[in-house]
Design a protein around this ligand. Sequence first.
Ligand SMILES: [Cu+2]
Length: 91
Amino acid sequence: MRLFIITALVLSSAAAQAETIVASVNGMVCAICVSGIEKSFKKNAAVEKVNVDLENGKVTVDTKSGSKLDDATVTKTIVNAGYAVTEIARR
Ligand SMILES: [Cu+2]
């Protein structure tokens, strides 16, 4: 069982060409900000999932398998929605 889990982890990380990007965002204060940012990212075909953590000012974007989002696109999406990006991390 343990070997199976390790194998599955190795395989999934090798096959995972999706990205997870975490942007630190200034200026989000309410649920309308959250839905505005979510909508902006969902317009991008590369985006699988968006999660906005209002309390911590973090926007987490998962791309679809095989799709990438560069920092400039992430920044542009957030800036165009009316907010400021202070940091972009990838994991
Ligand atoms: Cu708001």
